[in-house]
Design a protein around this ligand. Sequence first.
Ligand code: FES
Length: 175
Amino acid sequence: MVETSVTRPRPPVKDHPSGDNRFKLIDRTLKRFQHQQDALIEVLHTAQEAFGFLSDDLLIYVAHNLKLPLSWVYGVATFYHFFSLKPQGEHSCTVCMGTACYVKQAAEIVSALQNAYGIEAGQTTPDQKLSLNTARCLGSCGLAPVLVVDGEVLGRETPDSALARIRAIVEGAGT
Ligand code: FES
């Protein structure tokens, strides 16, 4: 008679050596792509999803595991607007500063938001409500000037309309 099943004890689930199990998510992606260097963007995506932003420690961890120079990993993380190297606020607003948007008042939109919230582009308000960022062309030039607010693409805004939209979202009320 053939024995059909053998119950083996499951190996204990080990914690990540760093003490932070979010690194396990990164390790899984590294493994999925067999630590190939051209998986850098995928790995950075996973790291940002797990931690919310790409800290120096994360960039070092990714560089080490892909055997890439840290300067290269840093360069990629800063080139793409969807990566953030700082903690982000509850809401995020990215204003496109590509040429098509720039000639249609993108800089004025950034100024209006900076003045209203007392922050520079690349910063988060002290109450952690809003992060303001700028980006190179977001690929929707026909809608210029373009903003991405909490993942939603807004087009053909003016400084006043953009400010009103952001206020409504951040403060939960229209102006
Ligand atoms: S320049 Fe802004 S979307 Fe292309």
